[in-house]
Design a protein around this ligand. Structure first.
Ligand code: ATP
Ligand code: MG
Length: 562
């Protein structure tokens, strides 16, 4: 089911077509475009299209336009426009010239519609929406001609002008292409080119228009006006291609772009439909479009993803015409691989248990030196203050250890990372029998050296108690518990993962992390990769878990498979 056999190479069939067109001189320069509708934030599926469109232009010496497909004003707004621009830039791409809007072409589109009417290729139709659907026929039955199909050119021109002038209410008339009501391709059965929409304030054109062109009409003409050479879109538009070609062939546009389709990205354990993502936001199931559990670019950024990891993921999954469902593990490994190399290490204790060192010598160093990266000396070192009281993670101590437990037990020894070997001499409990403190002695001979005459296998991380930074840590996990949420008729809300966010209000971080700024990334040793969140306060950082150190889901799934 999941498509894990992805191609690591950067080339793909679309790139090949473009390259061939450049080599054989069909085009001097490639021009692509990315055409989002500003009715939501961009998601990782859009990133696939962005990397394809901008990547081809960048690598083959062309340009890629950013054009908002803004023909559906009631769902669109400027917040979405601005977030989309920011996300494309964050991914590291530059568009050619100014940002375009399909609405920039409303006047020209109107003129081309008049041209179609004059050529006898479009007519004003008075059927209601319901009637239009009934006349359209089905996949197995041809449609029927509208009774308004044979209006004279003059009558059509007059009615269309009056539609624009606002003389008719919503839904009373449309402009339709005159193609073929019997076409086996339903998209060619006299598709609607214009509909009437009174009273909407368009985010770009205000109340200038009460007539809005449809996507199928607007898109090809906008492409042609911008000199797009290759118009790349997802497979659901394959059946619309004949209409795309019809539009650019029948009006006086400067060129004829070629539409090429590729398959959408589907990703396990999440949803990609803007309708469902909008629902998650408006129902407060997530904290917003940039909630770190969202598959949006803004969410991934806040989760700690880098632009390079998102782009690398898109290259890894490749571009084909085959439907696919990509494993979440591939996205997670893209960021894990990058952070393994680039994130400085630090120590953080998420579930603190107090340790008192009973014999720390007076001449013990005030701090130990820790490498910021085990394999990269250029990342330097830092000092971790050493003190009598420390925090260790509660799970690193067991009074009655399970078989194979290598960490601290009563009477047992463990190494404090970058510091001494300690032995647990005494376990202190409260009235209810819960462990509240461990009293431990250090082997003073073990700083930077192996202990004499015995092996100490376990190494645990720790934080000095007095100087520790108190932090909120947010442990994020997958938003859904099943690979394909909301399938087989279920409501996606039934598939939500109740543990997708676990907040730890009082984690203890080593003092160097007090200076963490939003966007700083770390590997907390033995815990995972984390990023400082914009919610951080000066004395109280908030850290989001980007990803665990290993793919814990693979283990769970493997185990349940037996
Ligand atoms: P809508 O239902 O609102 O049309 P959409 O996902 O098509 O949603 P657009 O804003 O129209 O959103 O998408 C902009 C571009 O991104 C389009 O060219 C679209 O084909 C592409 N795109 C959208 N989703 C994916 C996806 N999951 N994988 C690859 N490309 C995608
Ligand atoms: Mg779309």
């Amino acid at each position: 089911m999941a498509d894990s056999a992805v191609t690591p190479t950067r080339t793909n069939f679309i790139r090949q077509i473009v390259q061939d067109d450049l080599e054989n001189g069909r085009h001097q320069r490639v021009v692509t475009r990315f055409p989002p509708e500003p009715n939501g934030y961009l998601h990782i599926g859009h990133a696939k299209s962005i990397v394809l469109n901008f990547g081809i232009a960048e690598d083959l010496g062309g340009i890629c336009n950013l054009r908002f497909d803004d023909t559906n004003p009631h769902k669109e707004n400027v917040e979405f426009v601005e977030s989309i621009e920011a996300d494309v830039q964050w991914l590291g791409y530059e568009w050619g010239g100014r940002v375009r809007f399909a609405s920039d072409y409303f006047e020209q589109l109107y003129g081309f519609a008049v041209e179609l009417i004059e050529k006898g290729l479009a007519y004003v139709c008075d059927l209601s929406g319901e009637e239009t659907r009934a006349y359209r026929g089905t996949l197995t039955e041809p449609g029927r001609d509208s009774p308004y199909r044979d209006r004279s050119i003059d009558e059509n021109l007059d009615l269309f002008r009056r539609m624009r002038a606002g003389e008719f209410p919503d839904g009373t008339r449309t402009l339709r292409a005159k193609i073929d009501m019997a076409s086996p391709n339903i998209n060619l059965r006299d598709p609607v080119l214009y509909r009437i929409r009174h009273g909407v304030i368009h985010h770009q054109t205000g109340s200038e228009w009460c007539l809005y062109p449809t996507y199928d009409y607007t898109h090809p003409i906008s492409d042609a006006l911008e000199g797009i050479t290759h118009s790349l879109c997802t497979l659901e538009f394959e059946d619309h291609r004949p209409l795309y070609d019809w539009c650019v062939a029948n009006v006086s546009v400067p060129c004829r772009p070629r539409q090429i389709e590729f398959s959408r990205l589907n990703l396990e354990y999440t949803v990609m439909s803007k309708r469902l993502l909008t629902q998650l936001v408006t129902e407060g199931i997530v904290s917003g479009w940039d909630d770190p559990r969202m598959p949006t670019i803004a969410g991934l950024r806040r989760r700690g993803f880098t632009p390079g990891a998102v782009r690398g993921f898109c290259e890894r999954i490749g571009v084909t015409k085959a439907d696919n469902l990509v494993e979440m593990g591939i996205l997670e490994s893209a960021i894990r691989d990058e952070l393994d190399a680039s994130a400085p290490r630090a120590m953080a204790v998420l579930d603190p248990l107090r340790v008192v060192l009973t014999n720390l010598p007076a001449d013990a160093p005030a701090a130990v030196t820790a490498k910021n990266h085990p394999k990269d000396d250029s990342m330097g070192t830092r000092a971790v203050p050493l003190s009598e009281e420390l925090w260790i993670d509660r799970s690193d101590f067991e009074e009655t250890p399970p078989k194979g437990f290598k960490r601290l037990v009563p009477g047992g020894e463990v190494r404090l990372r970058n510091a001494y070997v300690i032995r647990c001499d005494e376990v202190i409990k409260d009235a209810s029998g819960d462990v509240t403190e461990l009293r431990c002695s250090v082997d003073v001979e073990t700083l930077g050296r192996n202990p004499e005459g015995r092996k100490v296998k376990g190494v645990i991380h720790w934080v000095p108690a007095e100087t520790a930074v108190n932090a909120e840590v947010r442990l994020y996990d997958r938003l859904f518990t099943v690979p394909q949420p909301g399938t087989s008729g279920r409501d996606v809300r039934e598939d939500l993962n109740p543990d997708s966010l676990r907040v730890i209000p009082n984690a203890k971080l080593e003092p160097s992390l007090g200076a963490a700024k939003p966007g700083d990334r770390f590997q907390f040793e033995r815990e995972g990769y984390f990023v400082a969140d914009p919610d951080s306060l000066p004395e109280r950082p908030v850290l989001n878990r980007t990803v665990t150190l290993r793919d814990t889901w693979a283990k769970v799934q493997g185990a349940s498979k037996g």
